[in-house]
Design a protein around this ligand. Sequence first.
Ligand code: HEM
Length: 151
Amino acid sequence: MHILPTISTSFIVISAIFVAFGWYYIAKGNRETHQKLMLWGAAFALAFFLIYASRTVFVGNTSFGGPEHLKLPYHLFLFFHITLATIGGVFGIVTLLHAFNKRFAKHKKIGRWTAVIWLLTAPTGVAVYILLYVMYPGGDTKPMIDAILGL
Ligand code: HEM
């Protein structure tokens, strides 16, 4: 089932590309294009999250299949990526709420952080994907629902 992680990782990358262009357009003063691109970026980020969350529950998370000495560095890196993604998601919601409520000074301030965090989340996500599925064969995959139900 590598197809779902491939799709969800592509969605983070597409989302980050929209955010980068969205930032470029607001820097040039084009609010309308900024809004459109950022909403597309948010939609792809949401699609990524929905695929990732449903895969975690119904298919499972894949354990690292690489050499023993890389397990700790891999998990530290994975933790860094998950932390960035979570902060990026929460900041993204706050950024959008400020925009929709026309609190543009606050939007601008937190929006910069959101964009930077999201632009770091995407490449770290791609690196996790490469370590988990490309460089080494993926390990066991166990659905969270099995763990919860004790199956
Ligand atoms: C999560 C999505 C979004 C992110 C990450 C984001 C990010 C940003 C950033 C970084 C800036 C400041 C650019 C700079 O001066 O360096 C900005 C400004 C702005 N954004 Fe967004 N934005 C998002 C969504 C939106 C949406 C949906 C709207 C429209 C409803 C919007 C409207 C604006 C406006 C009007 C400004 C200019 C504010 C000003 O110069 O006072 N943004 N945004």
